[in-house]
Ligand binder design. Structure first.
Ligand SMILES: NC(=O)c1ccc[n+]([C@@H]2O[C@H](COP(=O)([O-])OP(=O)(O)OC[C@H]3O[C@@H](n4cnc5c(N)ncnc54)[C@H](OP(=O)(O)O)[C@@H]3O)[C@@H](O)[C@H]2O)c1
Length: 325
């Protein structure tokens, strides 16, 4: 079978198509025949060696996999051969077959297409998670950074579904604005403009926002914190714009009744398993009945993994980029 790996850090060209034996599931593992793999931004940072934590090589991208169970190892009881599932954080994910553990996977109904269902593995969950962690209350204003992204366009829609007041989405280029508006943002601001923070403040009548959802950090972090109203919450969940450096916070900047909370999906699953399970049921239904739209920007063959990474690195995606075997 084919699997995409890399032996050194570098540009998308370091991704190679390797031929390996089909893996056998071990204790607690399932082997899944892959229908589609969601390509996540973090994998471009890990591949290039620019993530702000160690990313040893050789390595292989992880991803959100949708497929059917074709073999179950001893002790894997939650799914049976033939079941359709979505699994997050799958190792050696850009492949024809993958191994997943019971705990990584959720059931996926047959009436959701595989590219769309990749969002049910983790992307939609992360979107719901950041809103919960930010304690968004009905009527509150929210600033969603990178709102055209795979997670961003889902957060924007979910914020509205949860009764948010003004939803402001940021984008890195003007051609993304219509897409973000179409997915529920009331206001779209291009944060490459020097006065972007003033534009956000103006959109709130000068008051600032109740909640900031920040997956970009870097140059947008400090102005975002400054935009929080008293009792406002900034949720930090990614560092797409950090360029290797992690932002520092002066505690005095929090004295205006501001809070910062960080979240990672695995930490959320461990800390709030029941809420995560409830989210999963809700998100699956929202996707099925079309109230939550998963935009699939591109579906590329497995061998074009480098092209998928290029597309994401060039910040061209509107929604989700998917590979299919
Ligand atoms: N905490 C968690 O559990 C968790 C889980 C999954 C993902 N994440 C994080 O959530 C974020 C969104 O993930 P995603 O897969 O949905 O990615 P994505 O939003 O589809 O892609 C990242 C976006 O970040 C924006 N960006 C801003 N500055 C950038 C820069 N210097 N270089 C590249 N992109 C830049 C770009 O949008 P514009 O061009 O519009 O600026 C880009 O499209 C990522 O930071 C990811 O690491 C966190």
């Amino acid at each position: 079978m084919r699997v995409i790996r890399y032996s050194e850090h570098g540009g998308p060209e370091v991704l190679t198509v390797d031929k390996v034996p089909v893996p056998e599931p071990g204790e607690g593992q399932l082997r899944v025949r892959v229908e589609a793999v969601g390509v996540n931004f973090i994998e471009t940072q890990l591949r290039s060696g620019t993530a702000p934590f160690p990313s040893p090589v050789p390595s292989a991208p992880r991803g959100d996999v949708v497929g059917r169970v074709e073999a179950a190892g001893p002790g894997a009881h939650r799914f049976a051969v033939g079941d359709r599932l979505a699994a997050w954080g799958v190792a050696d994910a850009y492949a024809d077959h993958v191994l997943v553990t019971d705990g990584q996977a959720v059931a996926v109904p047959d009436d959701v297409s595989a590219p769309v269902a990749t969002a049910l593995a983790s992307t939609a969950q992360v979107a719901a998670n950041v809103l919960s962690v930010g304690r968004l209350a009905p009527g509150e204003s929210v600033l969603v950074h990178a709102a055209a992204g795979a997670i961003g366009h889902l957060v924007t829609q979910l914020a509205k579904l949860r009764g948010a007041g003004t939803v402001i989405g940021t984008v890195g280029s003007p051609e993304k604005a219509a897409f973000v508006r179409d997915h529920g943002a009331d206001v779209v601001v291009d944060y490459t403009a020097p006065d972007w923070a003033e534009q956000v403040r103006a959109a709130t009548g000068g008051a600032g926002v109740d909640v900031v959802l920040d997956s970009v950090e870097g140059p947008v972090f400090a102005p975002s914190l400054a935009l929080l109203k008293p009792l406002g919450r900034l949720v930090y969940y990614g560092f797409a714009g950090a360029d290797g450096d992690v932002a520092r916070v002066a505690l005095t900047d929090l004295l205006g009744l501001k809070s910062i909370v960080g979240t990672a999906f695995d930490a959320w699953l461990a800390a709030a398993p029941e809420e995560a399970e409830r989210h999963q049921r809700e998100l699956t239904e929202l996707v099925r009945d079309g109230r939550l739209r998963v935009a699939v920007h591109a579906v590329l063959p497995l061998e074009e993994a480098a092209q998928a990474h290029r597309l994401i690195e060039d910040r061209r995606q509107l929604g989700r980029v998917v590979l299919v075997p």
